[in-house]
Design a protein. Structure first.
Length: 86
């Protein structure tokens, strides 16, 4: 059964995010006041054929650990739902 998997990858809060700081500064310059912090991350969508949602989650987690995320600097969250069929 196909599963739609969403992976959100973000820098750990202890890691400085220069891209986020630059974006925050640019937003401030454009008049977007009150934005106190900006963190930039990655969003990955996968379609995984697996026997269960848990099996799809395990495969996505393994892909994150081996390639998609740098666990020294990044955290990731995996969300799984059944893929919609047309």
């Amino acid at each position: 059964m196909p599963y739609h998997v969403s992976v959100e990858i973000t820098l750990r809060t202890s890691i400085l995010d220069p891209q986020g700081k630059a974006t925050q500064h640019a937003l401030d310059q454009l008049g977007f006041t009150g934005i106190e912090d900006v963190r930039i991350g990655k969003f990955v969508e996968l379609t995984i054929d697996a026997d269960s949602a848990e099996a799809a989650r395990e495969r996505a987690t393994e892909a994150c650990r081996k390639l998609l995320a740098n666990e020294v600097m990044e955290d990731f969250t995996v969300r799984v739902e059944e893929a919609q069929t047309a």
